[in-house]
Design a protein around this ligand. Structure first.
Ligand SMILES: [Zn+2]
Length: 333
């Protein structure tokens, strides 16, 4: 009798288990095919593997939803949003026989690291941050009358450094005054001093109507960049590509924090092979914190009070990133 009861309980437990924990979808390789010479996979297959519900919201727009993320995509567009923040893919989303398709590299180097962040090894907590104020010395950066980008990036770096130290991080800068530092030397300074993160700070310039914030990370090997110049896909792996997954997560968390806290136009997480990102050993991102050529943004950028807010948003972005990647704290005995 007792054993019958035990069996019954076991059977009930197994039923309950099935109801709560759906069997994980098989994680086999996705079928690859070519559309116009570009390799693609079906988004629906990836969505199933990652427990996303896929729905078309119009003839050309679709959405993936699960309990942690909402991703919106548009056919023929490289721009997607992940939880409302713009992110650029290396090739446009394609429609093929009624299915939405994306490049496999965009799944592995962009979507996957954002929706399933990988934690660092035990003991690999983020402690030291290298700040890189863009330009300096004879390289003035962008100019707007007497305003020089190199002075504004330095002012931001000093403010950000003070705030990060207050938050408990060890911080150093690639330059603490108006001095020339070669681009290649900047990530090298970070490596020598054992930085766990590298943040390069810049301000933008274009037509007076262009505005907004963009955060860059290194373009993955053999894919095209999404900066204004947009270099092609024929570059192989660089040192900075060893951190591909962390680079994009860092850039995303920074962009998310800046555009949501300061309510600025979201120009998205973009990719470039900027010299300071190519040889970075630690996860690295480059922030373009607004346009000196846009009158409203210029007024902000030239204000110490506004730069304090921008620095605060960057600190919060770093903390959000750290929460996702730091190894879990060792259990207390
Ligand atoms: Zn710059």
């Amino acid at each position: 009798m007792k054993s019958t009861l035990a069996l019954l309980l076991l059977w009930l437990a197994s039923l309950a288990g099935q109801a709560v924990f759906a069997a994980p979808a098989a994680r086999g390789p996705l079928e690859r095919f070519s559309i116009g010479g570009q390799e693609y996979v079906r988004l629906s297959e990836w969505a199933r593997q990652h427990h996303f519900l896929l729905s078309w919201t119009s003839k050309t727009e679709l959405r993936l939803v699960n309990n942690s993320a909402t991703i919106s995509l548009t056919v023929n567009s490289q721009k997607i949003t992940v939880n409302g923040v713009a992110v650029w893919l290396s090739v446009p989303v394609a429609a093929h026989n009624g299915s939405a398709c994306v490049a496999p590299a965009d799944l592995t180097a962009t979507l996957q690291p954002l929706v399933r962040p990988a934690r660092a090894k035990a003991g690999a907590r983020i402690k030291t941050i290298c700040l890189d104020p863009g330009h300096g010395g004879k390289d003035t950066g962008k100019l707007d009358g007497k305003r020089r980008e190199k002075d504004l990036t330095l002012a931001l770096a000093l403010e950000l450094g003070a705030q990060l130290r207050k938050a408990g991080y060890k911080v150093f800068v690639t330059r603490s005054m108006d001095a020339s530092v070669e681009l290649e030397d900047r990530p090298e300074i970070a490596r020598r001093r054992g930085a766990d993160l590298f943040l390069s700070l810049h301000f933008n310039s274009a037509g007076s109507e262009v505005r907004g914030v963009e955060t860059y990370c290194l373009t993955p090997a053999h894919t095209a960049s999404t900066n204004a110049r947009g270099e092609g896909a024929n570059t192989g792996a660089l040192t900075g590509n060893l951190q591909n997954e962390k680079n994009v997560l860092l850039a995303y968390q920074l962009q998310k924090s800046i555009v949501s806290r300061l309510r600025l136009e979201d120009r998205g997480v973009r990719r470039a092979r900027f010299a300071v990102l190519c040889t970075a050993h630690a996860p690295a991102a480059l922030i373009e914190g607004g346009f000196m050529s846009n009158p409203a943004e210029a007024k902000n950028i030239y204000s110490a009070a506004w730069r304090r807010q921008l620095a605060q948003a960057i600190v919060e972005g770093v903390k959000s990133y750290q929460k996702l990647v730091d190894p879990p704290a060792p259990k207390e005995r």
